[in-house]
Design a protein around this ligand. Structure first.
Ligand code: TGC
Ligand code: FAD
Length: 388
């Protein structure tokens, strides 16, 4: 079992002691708090109790938000490592941390007023508040710029009308960042708190994927919005899309975590399971699967690590992020499928995490920009021509 460790190119040597400390703390949390129970929650289609507070306690929320606002003030590699370890437990856990950190804390920190930062960031960092990010609409997913949600000026405030769909944590959020067009056609970020009149949340059930995460709709029926609830520092699609850069980067790391969990499960099983009088690991076809999994995991690790360095230096482009998100999620899905086959019938039961990761990754390959949308982003970067 020499290669059960998936660090084939000794990337650990590129990490600082602080990185390893953070990585190990989150790994320990996932091993003790998530892995023993996640199968039950996923099977029951129910959330993990008190997850956001637990993530806050382990320092997994707002990793790169400055400490003055309750964040951890860490670098982008630390953020990536946190996402990797969380998704080794379950994509639902990484999703919760992604949305809270990259899609809610990041825009408040980047585009919010000082009062908005003071009011929300510290409580989002501890998990006392749960945030949601509303961009996708029933009629507009891949093309969010076509959004129909409207923010109309009225005397001293605004009125918000419209609906957002497929929103992670919608049914349980305390505050949602909602993207809407104003009278001038500008895209504005609006902070809507849960008890606001005319704001309703509807749960989306019957999911075969991300079953331990709550998803739903946010509906706004002429909701009164004070001007203090608008993010002042952004008024275009750059607002929501720059949040996605951060979340997509995190997903590129998270997918590695899920893939490594599948790879390690498959290697352990193949060494123990005997057929035709020999461990199945001794057969060339099984070795091919394991060798290819480890090769693809290693390539993905290198992509995300380099992207993290570029992000630390403020040089990562959205297009580079798209490439890593697309490649790594596809890689993880492929690893999960191969690993599941290697376990034969045992691969379909919940005693092993393979089907759960595989089904989760079907959402991950769709949200934060579909696999094909990211390919078109790369195509546009190569040619200068949009194929959307
Ligand atoms: P385009 O006309 O190219 O640009 C409009 C403005 O936005 C700027 N921009 C970006 N800024 C920052 N980061 C990016 N990645 C950016 N891409 C574009 C651009 O410079 C321009 O700025 P300005 O100031 O000149 O106005 O944009 P477009 O409308 O044609 O869109 C292009 C496209 C298709 C790539 C974009 O719409 C896209 O990425 N679509 C995919 C939609 C998507 O990813 N939705 C995700 C929803 S959130 C989610 O899924 C959360 S899952 C949560 C969980 O983990 O549980
Ligand atoms: P569509 O845009 O309708 O796409 C359908 C198919 O058409 C896809 O295969 C797509 O690749 C393809 N397609 C679209 N346009 C083109 C084109 N120009 N060329 C070629 N092919 C194209 N959104 C949020 O705002 N916040 C959230 O918190 C959130 N959480 C989510 C959680 C889950 C579990 C899921 C599944 C989704 C979540 N989403 C969220 C929504 C997600 O971002 C969208 O599902 C995604 O952007 C795709 O949009 P769509 O589902 O409407 O698909």
């Amino acid at each position: 079992m020499r290669r059960i460790n998936a660090d084939y190119y000794q990337l650990d040597e590129l990490l600082t002691d602080e990185h390893k400390l953070i990585r190990n703390a989150v790994r320990e949390f996932v091993t003790t708090e998530i892995k023993p129970h996640i199968e039950t929650y996923a099977q029951q289609h129910s959330e993990i109790p008190d997850l956001m507070r637990k993530l806050g306690a382990v320092g997994a929320l707002g990793a790169y938000i400055p400490t003055q606002y309750g964040g951890a003030g860490l670098d982008q590699i630390s953020y990536g490592l946190i996402m990797q370890e969380l998704e080794a437990g379950d994509s639902a856990v990484r999703s919760a941390a992604s949305v809270q950190s990259s899609l809610v804390m990041y825009p408040i920190f980047s585009f919010g007023s000082e009062a908005q930062k003071q009011k929300f960031l510290p409580r989002l960092a501890t998990g006392e508040l749960i945030g949601a990010f509303g961009l996708t609409e029933p009629n507009h997913g891949s093309d969010p710029a076509a959004m129909e949600t409207r923010l109309k000026k009225e005397d001293d405030g605004y009125r918000l009308t419209g609906a957002k769909m497929w929103i992670t944590n919608a049914p349980v959020c305390d505050v949602a960042i909602v993207w809407a067009r104003d009278d001038a056609g500008k895209v504005r970020g609006v902070l809507v708190e849960k008890d606001t009149e005319g704001f309703t949340r509807i749960e989306t059930g019957n999911k075969w994927s991300l079953r331990a995460s709550r998803t739903g709709e946010l509906v706004f029926d002429n909701v009164y919005i004070k001007k203090e609830s608008i993010l002042p520092a952004v008024d275009s699609m750059r607002g929501p899309l720059s949040c996605l850069n951060s979340a997509r980067y995190g997903i590129s790391w998270g997918a590695i975590g899920a893939a490594v969990d599948c790879y390690q499960t498959a290697v352990r099983y193949a060494i123990e399971r005997e057929q035709f009088g020999k461990p199945i690991a001794s057969f060339q076809l099984q070795q091919k699967k394991m060798a290819e999994m480890l090769t693809e995991i290693t390539k993905a690790q290198l992509l995300s690590w380099r992207l993290g360095i570029l992000k630390n230096e403020g040089r990562a482009t959205p297009q580079q992020i798209s490439m890593a998100k697309r490649n790594n999620v596809q890689m993880a899905l492929q690893v999960a499928r191969e690993a599941r086959q290697m376990l034969g019938a045992m691969g379909i039961v919940g005693d092993y995490p393979l089907m759960r990761h595989m089904m989760n990754l079907e959402s991950v390959i769709t949200y934060e920009g579909t696999h094909d949308v990211h390919l078109l982003i790369t195509g546009q970067d190569i040619t200068g021509l949009s194929a959307f």
